[in-house]
Each structure stands twice: as structure tokens, then as C-alpha cells.
Design a binder for this molecule. Structure first.
Ligand SMILES: Nc1ncnc2c1ncn2[C@@H]1O[C@H](COP(=O)(O)OP(=O)(O)OP(=O)(O)O)[C@@H](O)[C@H]1O
Ligand SMILES: [Mg+2]
Length: 230
């Protein structure tokens, strides 16, 4: 479904990604594991079109999307939940969720909100409340729902567990399983290997802007746990 081939990302003089290649097949949940500065967000941002790449190729469902705007990539079926959640603090929970389905029509928006509220009841309970008043875990649910409101084929999750208490890591894991059950393909980044490995089928270990290892969760699990402490 997603094929990233030999891409490079540079910020001024810093090369954040050195010829990185990854594959995500339909129905998989693939994990990008790595410490601070490994290049996880740079890779996710390159896929959604928020960061420029030099060289290489990014294909989604067989189509080269390297030349498409971020907006066109989203409409092609790529959903994104950013690191640090980044909800719109002063907007209501409902408006935050629906901002992910901007331009898709009232009917789609209502249907999407009803569906997401049935999966995550907190969205209906807090629909009118400013999202900034919610706890970190609750905001993560809002960020997921926003990313899911356009019914993406591929969902990119950048560090969904960042800064959350163990009870919320558990709840967010359940939410990710719910999204998996609906057939959504997922590419997620994490520094926290332990809970992330429980959700994934396959993974890549990144360090210093390169992929150091890849394989099934059984193959890379131990190395990923080591990486967590680097
Ligand atoms: N906008 C930017 N300008 C300059 N350098 C950047 C920028 N964004 C990232 N970098 C650098 O690129 C490298 C990779 O960063 P990136 O954010 O992709 O890593 P990460 O694996 O997501 O880290 P984290 O776990 O902290 O989120 C780091 O050296 C970082 O300092
Ligand atoms: Mg990051």
C-alpha cells in the first residue's frame, strides 16, 4: 500500500534521513521504533507531504505521490495524527473531529461523527467542550478521531503514547485495535517499544536517520526494547 524508496530529508545542513526505504502492505500495522532524533517524524512528515524530500520515491497504492500537495495526499486516503496530538485547543471536540473531514460535505461529517462517537463515547459526551480542556489521553482520542473522520485507507500515528499515563496507554492501545478491526492499515512511530510491539505485525528500528533493522515483531522485539534505553 505504501512504498518509500531511498528518500532523503535535509533541514539546512542537517541530513535527518539518509536513503530510507520502508514498505507497508495493506492490513498491516507497521512500527517505526527509535530514540529522540532518529528520524521517525521526518519520515512520517515526508509521507504526508509536510516535509520536502530529495531523491527517492514515495508510492501509495501504486501511484507516485511525491509531487502531490499534502491536501491531495490526504484526499487520496492518507490520515495523520501528529506527535504531541496538537488539537485546536479553543475549538470544540466536535469541530476538532470534523476538521479532519473538511470539504467532504455535511452528510459525510455527520455520519463520521456518529460512527466515531459510537466507537469513542467520550466524543459525544464532550462534543461541545473546548478540546484544550481535555486530559492528554482524551486529546489523543480526539486526534485519532480527527484523523479517522475522512475514513483513511492508511493511518499514520506519530508517537500516540507520548506523555501518557499507563492507564491511557492501555486505552489508546484499545482504540488502535478498534481501528485495526475496521481494516485500516497503520504506520506508527514510538519510542516506547513495549506497548507498541503488542500492536504491530512488523517493524523498523531507526537510529541516526537510517533504518538499522527490520523484520517481524518476533525478530526485532528484543532489539527494539534495547533501543528504548539508548
Ligand atoms: N524543522 C527542523 N529543522 C532542523 N532540524 C530538524 C527539524 N526537524 C527535525 N530536525 C532534526 O532532524 C533529526 C530527526 O528528527 P525527527 O524529528 O525526525 O526525529 P524523531 O525520531 O521524530 O524524534 P522524536 O522522538 O524526538 O520525535 C534530528 O536531528 C532533529 O534535530
Ligand atoms: Mg518525532
Amino acid at each position: 500500500m505504501l512504498s518509500v524508496e531511498d528518500i532523503e530529508v535535509r533541514y539546512g545542513g542537517i541530513t535527518a534521513l539518509h536513503k530510507v526505504s520502508i514498505e507497508v502492505e495493506e492490513g498491516e500495522t507497521v512500527l517505526l521504533i527509535g530514540a529522540n532524533g532518529a528520524g521517525k517524524s521526518s519520515l512520517i512528515n515526508a509521507v504526508i507531504g509536510a516535509t520536502q524530500t530529495c531523491g527517492g520515491r514515495i508510492r501509495f497504492k501504486g501511484q507516485d505521490i511525491g509531487g502531490l500537495s499534502a491536501d491531495r495526499r490526504a484526499r487520496a486516503g492518507i490520515g495523520y495524527s501528529p506527535e504531541g496530538r496538537k488539537v485546536f485547543g479553543t475549538l470544540s471536540v466536535a469541530d476538532n473531529v470534523l476538521s479532519g473531514a473538511f470539504g467532504m460535505g455535511r452528510r459525510h461529517q455527520k455520519e463520521a461523527f456518529d460512527w466515531l462517537s459510537s466507537v469513542f463515547p467520550i466524543l459525544a459526551e464532550r462534543a461541545e467542550q473546548p478540546a484544550g480542556q481535555l486530559s492528554g489521553g482524551q486529546q489523543q482520542i480526539v486526534a485519532f478521531a480527527r484523523a479517522m473522520s475522512s475514513y483513511p485507507k492508511l493511518l499514520l500515528l506519530d508517537e500516540p503514547f507520548l506523555g501518557l499515563a499507563p492507564v491511557w496507554i492501555q486505552r489508546i492501545s484499545d482504540a488502535i485495535r478498534e481501528i485495526q478491526r475496521r481494516g485500516t492499515t497503520i504506520l506508527m512511530t514510538e519510542q516506547m517499544a513495549r506497548p507498541a510491539l503488542k500492536l504491530a505485525t512488523r517493524g523498523y528500528i531507526m537510529r541516526g536517520g537510517e533504518v538499522r533493522r527490520s523484520g517481524s515483531v518476533a525478530d526485532i522485539g528484543d532489539a527494539a526494547l534495547v533501543e528504548e534505553y539508548l
